[in-house]
Design a protein around this ligand. Structure first.
Ligand code: GLU
Length: 592
């Protein structure tokens, strides 16, 4: 996973690409590099760390009109300047950056080594560079055709971008995303996502697998990688401008995005595509099983969604985790349906399962935030979250959009959509009031009190157990605190062994039928001297700390995620963690 960016136009190409990479930084941020073309010679600068850090090589001093860049999330070879992209050909006649994993690179590297190629980095990327060089020379092909031929040998999901010293940019796509953008000023951009284009881009083409884009002096051309035939470019208007990406008055994107949730919940209701829901309902009625699938937080949304579908719509819904779905591949049937909540719409683990789903002619519905994503495009029922750019690597607002969307879907199937929409809109209002109450201050104080905890336990039941899992993810990824989520009923089976005085546990306590089950676990912890942080619409005498959340029918559980998102945020802040770009985590995991 990484971000790729390219630019040809009359502006300062170095600055444009640097800006693009900054907006793509959520995809990978261990190192970066930019190659510019000046007087037919390629200049490359690379650096470890955040984008724009340590620009010392005089880079960007001379204005270039063409540049490509890369922000890396290392998969092969350590994080070093030497392994950073772009990688140059032996004679520096072209440079290349890659998004993905060249799965069979070792075999090709061996072949090329035997032919005398020397490798200066540890990456799979450099092997692609040498492979192109080898094919170009031995088959006497143009760089474009050599790139096409080489690309056919790459196993895995890969997208590459190449800058030729004659000023042409080539990019080839398979799996990892690639979007071409332009504007009235005839500037051309290539990027891993459309949100990273500057707000001057008005039209885009989403590049499909096994297509090659060439951008030279006469503008862009598209080719089929397999047979080299030219294809037509179908431009579409870009609806979300990159200019919206700003922190506003907030110190971090994460806090800004947490606070946007009253609005994004409203959007999930107001922009619900009811025509498509009608079509989806027909497909669900035909299916024997409805699956939901996701990885990380989207996996929690998928599990919560399946609970709503079972509980409210009373349908047979099973949730899967992206990387753990293999044994279902043989079980998918033509009428089955799989529902995919995903921020990026590019998650590699999930895409692999969707290939198996497609092979069985089963149907795909998705709820995605990123326009033009792969998962949206392969879905028969592509719903959009419309929640605006989510820049913090740890997802917050998209999770609640996904949860609310599943809740509305389940109610639509149950014939209670109108009531559900009303409840969801009220939930948005209650959340707004909650943010304006003393809740935030209380959570910040709690963070101060538990700042040195090394382990936290979170438990709940049903939807509340899923919220405990989401809280665990946030505490681990943002605050780097070891957390463990469990169903409250499982406490007595094993986790109880860890409970002793001073252990802190977060209890997600519902107000209805399930309340007593969760309170049983609270009692078992209290008896052993543990400390309880209760998150619930109603207090209880055994809570040592109480964070009250508003009651909102079946959406109360979704509101319970707010204190957990905020607790992770404040703990990370007080523990001086890089909140918007947590250690080792990337936002959209487009590699396996
Ligand atoms: N496999 C390449 C590397 O490790 C690219 C990784 C990425 O997509 O950032 O450098």
């Amino acid at each position: 996973m990484c971000g790729i960016f390219g630019y040809i136009g009359n502006n300062d190409a170095f600055k444009v690409v640097l800006g693009g990479l900054t907006r793509l930084e959520y995809r990978g941020y261990d190192s970066w590099g930019i190659s510019t073309l000046i007087n037919q010679s390629i200049n490359t600068i690379k650096s470890v760390g955040s984008i724009g850090s340590s620009i010392t090589d005089g880079a960007g001093k001379q204005k270039a009109k063409v540049a490509i860049g890369h922000t890396r999330w290392a998969t092969h070879g350590g994080v070093s300047k030497n392994n950073a992209h772009p990688h140059a050909s032996t004679d520096n006649s072209f440079v290349l950056a890659q998004n993905g994993i060249f799965e069979n690179f070792l075999e090709v590297k061996k072949e090329l080594s035997e032919k005398g190629f020397k490798f200066i980095s540890e990456t799979d990327t450099e092997v692609i560079v040498c492979l192109i060089e080898d094919i170009k020379k031995n088959k006497n092909l143009s760089l474009k055709d050599a790139a096409r031929e080489a690309f056919k040998r790459l196993e895995g999901r890969n997208t590459i971008i190449i800058l030729d010293k004659n000023g042409t940019i080539y990019a080839v796509k398979n799996g990892s995303p690639l979007v071409l953008g332009t504007n009235d000023a005839h500037e051309y951009y290539l990027s891993s996502d459309a949100l990273s284009f500057s707000d001057t881009v008005s039209k885009i083409v989403v590049i499909e697998n096994f297509q090659l884009v060439e951008i030279g002096g006469n503008g862009p051309k598209l080719f089929d990688v397999q047979n080299g035939k030219q294809l037509s470019l179908s431009w579409q208007n870009l609806e979300i401008a990159g200019g919206e990406i700003s922190k506003g008055n907030f110190e971090h994107f994460m806090l800004k995005e947490i606070r946007e949730q009253p609005e994004t919940i409203k959007i999930a209701v107001q922009m619900l595509d009811e025509d498509m829901l009608g079509k989806l309902k027909k497909s669900i009625n035909k299916s024997t099983t409805v699956y939901t699938i996701g990885s990380g937080t989207a996996g929690v949304a998928a599990a919560l969604g399946a609970i709503y579908l079972r509980k409210i719509a009373k349908i047979n819904a099973i949730s899967l985790i992206g990387a753990e779905a293999n044994e279902y591949y043989n079980l998918f049937k033509p009428d089955d349906l799989i529902i995919v909540p995903s921020q990026s719409g590019e998650t590699a683990d999930v895409l692999e399962t969707l290939e198996a789903v497609k092979a069985k002619n089963a149907k795909i519905a998705s709820f995605i935030n990123m326009p033009g994503s792969t998962i949206s495009r392969i879905s028969q029922f592509p719903f959009m979250a419309n929640a605006g750019p989510e820049i913090a690597v740890a997802t917050t607002k998209i999770f609640t959009s996904q949860a609310v969307w599943f809740y509305l879907l389940a109610n639509f199937l149950n014939g209670t959509l109108e009531q559900a929409k009303e409840i969801a809109l009220k939930t948005s209002g209650k959340l707004e009031d909650w943010f304006n109450s003393d809740a935030l201050g209380k959570i910040e104080n709690l963070a101060e009190e538990i700042i040195n905890e090394e382990d936290l336990y979170l438990f709940g039941k049903s939807e509340y157990y899923q919220i405990a899992r989401e809280g665990m993810i946030k505490l681990i990824e943002v605050a780097n605190i070891h957390a463990h989520a469990l169903p409250s009923g499982d406490l007595k089976h094993y986790v109880i062994a860890m409970i002793q005085p001073k252990v802190h546990a977060i209890a997600l306590v519902p107000d209805g039928d399930l309340r007593s089950d969760v309170l049983n676990a609270v009692g078992q912890i209290k008896t052993r001297g543990g400390t309880i942080i209760g998150i619930s619409p109603a207090s209880h005498s055994e809570f040592d700390y109480f964070i009250e959340i508003p009651k909102s029918g079946d959406l109360t559980a979704v509101l319970a995620v707010m204190p957990l998102q905020l607790l992770a945020y404040y703990l990370a802040l007080k523990r001086k963690k890089p909140i918007d770009k947590p250690r080792n985590i990337a936002k959209s995991v487009t590699v396996k």
